[in-house]
Design a protein around this ligand. Structure first.
Ligand code: FES
Length: 280
């Protein structure tokens, strides 16, 4: 009967097992015998390194893409790293790779992320920017996506710290440039209550606790119905249709946490409430 050839993964583990078996055997030999084996190993490795160096040199001008593709194989990469024939990506490069990996997801929500600092040996500081910096789900985004990607690409990083959000200080000249719109005054929003507004096609729901104002898209995360007609009690708004409940201080959905209300950036200046419509 003809036996199927071993799968590459199986063949690889066999090779590693062989090496371990011989290493265990050699450990029982005396020092001079071990020295001979070590010299032989170094001589063979030097020969392999020379051959690999020539191979890379001869193909890199013609087939650099193929070489890069080959290096993505962890066994090929490991061997070339062992012989010092490829450079390990720096921590900065690996951090950039991690952030590039999560960036498309953040940009789909008009957000982004920036690397603030690297504090060696094991801490990096990053900041969510754009709509993500205001988003009630940003903590979830931060821990689940950003931190996980960084730790996957940079196992030496133990602590991923989120830099504090820097609120935008508006000057009157900045307002048109940033697409901030004056939507109402603080006094128009009932304390602990809600105010619904329509502006330039946006359906807004504003809530206030003292001078802290939140603004959300006036649409339930369940089926998109307006929620301004719902009961509002102790900062919790209940959708009139099927009862989804929302914490108005954050937009968090208490009924289904993964689907918070969609936030709009808000700024209060001189008792006037501005909402950034373009980035909502
Ligand atoms: S539409 Fe709001 S709970 Fe169903």
């Amino acid at each position: 009967m003809v036996q199927a050839p071993p799968s590459p993964a199986h063949a690889l583990s066999d090779l590693v097992d062989d090496i371990k078996r011989y290493e265990a055997m050699i450990e029982t030999w005396n020092d001079s015998q071990q020295q001979v084996v070590l010299q032989l190993k170094q001589a063979i490795e030097a020969l392999h390194k020379e051959a690999l160096t020539r191979l890379i040199r001869s193909v890199k001008h013609e087939a650099m893409g193929a070489l890069r593709h080959a290096i993505q194989d962890e066994v090929v990469y490991g061997l070339l790293r062992y012989h010092d024939l490829v450079k390990a990506p720096s921590l900065q490069q690996r951090l950039n790779q991690a952030l590039d990996e999560v960036r498309p997801g953040l940009q789909r929500h008009q957000g982004d992320i920036e690397l603030i600092s690297i504090r060696l040996p094991d801490t990096v500081e990053v900041r969510l920017v754009g709509a993500c910096s205001h988003c009630p789900a940003s903590q979830l985004t931060f821990s689940e996506a950003v931190e996980a990607a960084i730790k996957r690409h940079c196992p030496e990083i133990q602590h991923v710290v989120e830099a504090a959000y820097q609120p935008v200080t508006l000057s009157p000249e900045d307002q048109p440039k940033l697409d901030w719109r004056l939507v109402t005054s603080l006094a128009e929003i009932p304390e602990q209550g809600i105010l619904d507004l329509k502006l330039e096609g946006h359906k807004l729901l504003l809530s206030r606790q003292g001078e802290i104002v939140q603004c959300f898209h006036n649409a339930c995360s369940h089926l998109g119905a307006p929620i301004d007609g719902g009961e509002c009690e102790n900062g919790i708004l209940t959708c009139p249709d099927h009862g989804f409940r929302y914490d108005l201080s954050t937009g968090d959905c208490l009924t289904a946490p993964p689907v918070p209300l969609r936030p709009y950036p808000v700024s209060v200046n001189g008792g006037q409430v501005y909402v950034q419509l373009a980035n909502a």
